[in-house]
Design a protein around this ligand. Structure first.
Ligand code: GLU
Length: 309
């Protein structure tokens, strides 16, 4: 029987998984299994334009192939609820309403960051700091905007948010200069990543969040939201990124390292053994099954420098 420790893997089904996604999945799985906890698979299909069911099916199939099985979630929704973000709109609406009632939100008619809002803001994607153009007091309340629907933004304080990451140590982020007031819901109704990820991790009982370090600073936005909504903050544990020889983060465009190609050339044990070696969990890139690594997993072995694979 699993205890109350819960980890999660939260891929966006916008393409085939690549080696970097598998690396995140493996470390998140090992970390929670080494504590005797359970692992949730949540499908982050918030962006209706980019998410495809077919990619979500591939993610499930690839995880099974690798031996990274989840205890809860996935496309069939598991036993206890819905684990696809596209089906959780009512849940996000109820939490947004709580923030609105606190008087901390406002409508925004600007467009650029709005369009980016459903995506997790990976550091390499370029960061947008919102200037507060539509903040109450900065905009004429009687201005007309045609038929366009506004996005909803959260007012952030000009103060440091602090937290301690399990791998990267103490962090301090001023949200006013890091991102400014951020989007909770897009003008077209799509839910923003920051709201959805907090609501889901909190309501799914997630106790630790393991993911790529390009989302390290997002944890400050999320910690602020946890506080406003009265949820307990999970342990954040960010991991280095896998990079190509040129030093760039792997992405879904790197076809040679996507799971379709990898599965043609390697066994699951080879993939897991290689990633465990890159992560410092085993001394040689020897093939092995994920379960055989649970007893040797230790956060003190995980590097903080990005890894060329
Ligand atoms: N859905 C995000 C991604 O695939 C991950 C977000 C997270 O783990 O918080 O990039």
């Amino acid at each position: 029987m699993a205890n109350s420790y819960k980890g999660r893997f939260a891929p966006s089904p916008t393409g085939r998984m690549h080696l970097g996604n598998v690396y995140s999945a493996l470390l998140s799985w090992l970390s929670i299994k080494s504590k005797g906890g359970s692992w949730v698979l949540r499908i982050e299909d918030l962006d209706p334009g980019r998410s495809r069911l077919e990619f979500a099916r591939h993610i499930e199939d690839d995880l099974h192939w690798l031996g990274l099985d989840w205890d809860e979630g996935g496309l069939d929704g598991g036993q206890t609820g819905l684990y696809c973000q596209s089906q959780r709109g009512d849940i996000y609406a109820a939490q947004l309403q709580r923030l609105e009632e606190l008087g901390l939100t406002y409508p925004c008619w600007c467009t650029r960051a709005d369009i980016m809002a459903t995506q997790a803001p990976h550091e390499t994607d370029g960061r947008i700091v919102y200037a507060g153009t539509c903040r109450p007091g900065n905009i004429d309340p009687n201005a007309t905007h045609g038929d366009r629907k506004p996005a909803t933004r959260l007012i952030v304080p000009d103060e440091d948010i602090t937290f301690t990451d399990l791998n990267y140590g103490p962090q301090s982020v001023n949200l006013a200069t890091h991102c400014g007031d951020f989007v909770l819901r897009r003008g077209d109704g799509a839910w923003a990543y920051q709201l959805a990820v907090v609501v889901d991790d909190a309501l799914m009982g997630i106790t630790e969040v393991v993911r790529g370090r390009d989302l390290l600073l997002s944890a400050a936005q999320q910690k602020y939201l946890y506080g406003l909504l009265g949820f307990e903050v999970p342990q954040f544990a960010h991991i280095p990124l896998l990079c190509s020889e040129s030093g760039e983060r792997l992405c879904k465009r790197d076809k040679s390292l996507d799971m379709e190609q990898i599965r043609l050339r390697h066994t699951p044990e080879e993939v897991i053994g290689h990633l465990a070696w890159l992560a410092g969990i085993q001394e040689k890139p020897e093939p092995c099954a994920p379960a055989s690594l649970i007893s040797v997993f230790d956060w003190s072995k995980i590097p903080t420098e990005d890894i060329i694979c």
